[in-house]
Design a protein around this ligand. Structure first.
Ligand SMILES: [Zn+2]
Length: 226
């Protein structure tokens, strides 16, 4: 009898270990969300192609940005939004013969965001700092844009739960915020220069949780504030 219980407990532990390893978002079912139905959301995975973004301990920023963006896209689509990923692989959007590759790349990203039918956009990045103690996520909004600030507030609030970030949203001179008119924010998911943050950003489950938190922030904004 004892042996039977032992086997049962063993299999129970195996099952628990299996689900514990699965990304949270895969393990939970993202339900259709009437708040997101009919919305068109653009996700900009920062950098890519010629521009890897920050590079710390052999880790390129553009890879983290892309995976987090794809995870967010899956959740938003399950929730009922139409999603456009500005890039879905390791490439940039610069014209082949562009004199200034970065400018050409950013111009094309802004063009996607500025399409009339876009409800909102989220640009995904990771941060760096000379001060390695800096950690946590921070959401940036467009200067003097009340809705952008409110969207940033909601996403920051949700991210706070999992990133232990004490930051509050801030406005900043980011090209995609300055050169677009569509409602949107830029999310710095964490600091690659902080070893604890970098470890977390490299973890599949953590990225899934970040994506889910960003989705919840978008939901909260659309539900409460529009
Ligand atoms: Zn970046």
């Amino acid at each position: 009898m004892k042996r039977k219980w032992g086997i049962l407990v063993y299999f129970l532990c195996l099952t628990l270990a299996f689900f514990a390893r699965k990304p949270l978002v895969q393990a939970m079912t993202v339900m259709s969300d009437r708040t997101l139905n009919g919305t068109y959301i653009v996700i900009d995975a920062g950098h890519g192609g010629n521009d890897p973004g920050a590079r710390v301990d052999g880790q390129d920023e553009d890879e983290i940005n892309l995976d987090l963006s794809k995870k967010l896209a899956v959740i938003l689509e399950k929730a009922g939004a139409t999603v456009e990923l500005i890039r879905s692989d390791d490439y940039d959007l610069a014209d082949e013969n562009a004199n200034n590759i970065k400018r050409s790349d950013m111009k094309h990203r802004a063009d996607v965001i500025n399409q009339n039918h876009v409800t909102l956009f989220v640009s995904i990045h990771c941060n760096t700092s000379a001060d390695q103690r800096c950690s946590g996520s921070q959401v940036y909004y467009r200067k003097e844009d009340e809705n952008s600030r409110k969207l940033a507030d909601q996403i920051q609030h949700r991210l706070k739960d999992i990133t232990e970030s004490n930051y509050i949203p801030a406005s900043a001179d980011f090209y995609l915020l300055n050169e677009t008119e569509t409602l949107g924010v830029l999310v710095e998911a964490g600091f690659m220069t902080n070893s604890k943050d970098l470890n977390k950003l490299q973890d599949e489950n953590y990225r899934a949780n970040l994506a889910y938190a960003i989705y919840l922030g978008i939901h909260d904004f659309l539900e409460i504030l529009l």
